[in-house]
Design a protein. Structure first.
Length: 491
């Protein structure tokens, strides 16, 4: 299809203008069009219609059409943005005045409010024939996004934004804001800068567009968002545990959340399916040195259910001393974290063991609750130890002392047995359980076995005269050893 647009200003076509149309049609025929449309601000007269019919007869293989003034008016009427551009801002003033009068009234219901919003949004679309305003609402206000009305519109009415920033050395927060801004400019991403750091903000465009884009009053904040590149996501990103031999022991698929570019290079942000782990890759372009950096973090485990996030952390339960973690794109290693030096891996291993253990304990106790906010590393070790006991393992509790309650009236008989033993071994049973975030989890009956221990408060017990009291005998290990614990096998 070929459109032939002519801007002949005379009332009727002259002979030379007709010859020009014929030459244009002859050139168009060389391209084998199916349809050829002549557009000019003129409805044809009877003689012009007969002339155009002859052109149709001479070119029967092509559909010829004449779009004149009537077609132009019908097409132009609903386009208020074009009418505003041509007729200036004073067109249809009476209708606009009526709309302003309506705006001042209190809406009767939501339907009336929506109707007013639609009118305002439609009027906003009249501001420019090149730019379309799209609205969205959020708790912090209304966002207006400008998009070109049609492909190439931005080239016809270009808009450039230029910001000048100043970060005073006397401002304690300025350095951090400057680093975040530089990082976003270098690799893309989303950032907000406090308006006090924006020294100047200019909109360079046509006068009409400048009036549309400019906001009155001081700039409160400057937000920069990079366009994502979903078309560039045709790759597979994985986190892998790799042995010193090069064998891949475990793979964890990562989903790419963001793929942006800046003046220095590209940034890739990804997460696992449980949204517990996050990886960030920054790759410099070759002319910037081609450097690659990676960062692996977890988004936090508190408030999440162990059974939901365990798949994401299970990879770290398999890390051994000499293994390392790699990020792989299409099975090619692009970054690694050495297990021997990365504190991240040490903490991740402990966190993973705790998550697996807590899930096991919850299954045993028929409880389901999220990981508490106030959990500590000591709590994590206790949870792991409890799960090991539940599995039937004999564990070293780390405790070097034990207290035994003596029943009232039995102090003398206890001393008769304990006094001659001196250093001895103890073995007994007790009910074992732990508390996690206010949840009591009972593991069951366990054997308590001590290494060599001695009674430390013998004199105190010998001095007790009240046979009704319930004293405590305190034993401590003598060889820097600790007490063992093992689950009593059920009958």
């Amino acid at each position: 299809m070929i459109f032939e647009i002519k801007s002949f200003a005379r009332v009727r076509l002259t002979a030379s203008q007709r010859r020009e149309v014929e030459r244009s049609l002859k050139r168009a025929v060389k391209h084998n069009p199916v349809r050829w449309i002549l557009i000019l601000p003129l409805d044809h007269s009877p003689s012009e219609e007969r002339w155009f019919d002859r052109l149709k007869e001479q070119n029967r293989g092509i559909e010829l059409e004449w779009w004149g003034l009537t077609w132009l008016n019908l097409s132009f009427a609903p386009r208020d943005d074009l009418r505003r551009l041509v007729e200036s801002e004073d067109y249809e003033l009476l209708r606009r005045a009526h709309e302003v009068d309506i705006e001042g009234r209190v809406p009767a219901n939501l339907t009336a409010s929506v109707g007013r919003l639609n009118v305002l949004m439609n009027r906003t679309q009249e501001l420019s024939p090149y730019w379309r305003a799209d609205f969205s609402t959020a708790p912090d206000g209304i966002t207006v996004t400008y998009n070109e009305r049609f492909p190439g519109a931005a080239d016809l009415d270009p808009v450039q934004l230029r910001a000048i920033f100043r970060f005073p050395t006397s401002d304690g927060r300025a350095a951090a804001a400057e680093r975040r801004l530089k990082d976003a400019l270098d690799y893309g991403g989303d950032i907000e800068v406090d308006g006090r750091y924006v020294e100047n903000f200019e909109i360079m465009s046509s006068l009409a567009s400048r009036a549309m884009f400019e906001a009155p009053g001081p700039l409160e904040r400057f937000a920069l968002s990079s366009l994502d590149s979903p078309k560039d996501r045709g790759f597979t990103l994985q986190m892998a545990v790799v042995a010193t031999t090069g064998e891949v022991k475990y793979r964890l698929p990562m989903q790419v959340d963001q793929h942006t570019a800046g003046v220095r290079g590209v940034r890739i942000r990804a997460r696992d399916a449980t949204e517990s782990l996050e990886a960030e890759l920054k790759v410099d372009r070759k002319d910037q040195g081609g450097r690659l950096s990676a960062r692996i973090t977890w988004r936090g485990v508190t408030g999440k259910f162990p059974y939901k996030i365990r798949p994401g952390f299970e990879i770290f339960t398999r890390v051994e001393r000499d293994d390392h973690i790699e990020l792989r794109i299409d099975n090619q290693s692009v970054a690694r974290h050495h297990a021997g030096t990365a504190r991240f891996l040490v903490e991740a291993r402990l966190c993973a063991d705790m998550i697996v253990a807590l899930e096991k304990l919850q299954d045993h106790c028929k409880q389901t609750f999220p990981i508490p906010d106030d959990i500590t590393w000591k709590d994590a070790h206790d949870i792991i130890a409890a799960a090991q006991v539940l599995s039937g393992q004999s564990i070293r509790t780390g405790r070097t002392g034990i207290e035994l309650s003596i029943k009232p009236g039995h102090v003398a008989s206890f001393l008769k047995t304990a006094r001659p033993l001196g250093i001895t071994h103890l073995r007994g049973e007790m009910i074992y359980g732990i508390t996690c975030g206010g949840h009591q989890m009972n593991i069951g009956r366990v054997f308590i076995t001590t290494p060599r221990v001695r009674l430390t408060n013998l004199a105190e017990l010998e001095a007790i005269a009240d046979i009704a009291s319930e004293p405590v005998a305190r034993y401590v290990c003598v060889d820097d050893d600790s007490i063992d614990m093992q689950l009593v096998a059920p009958n």
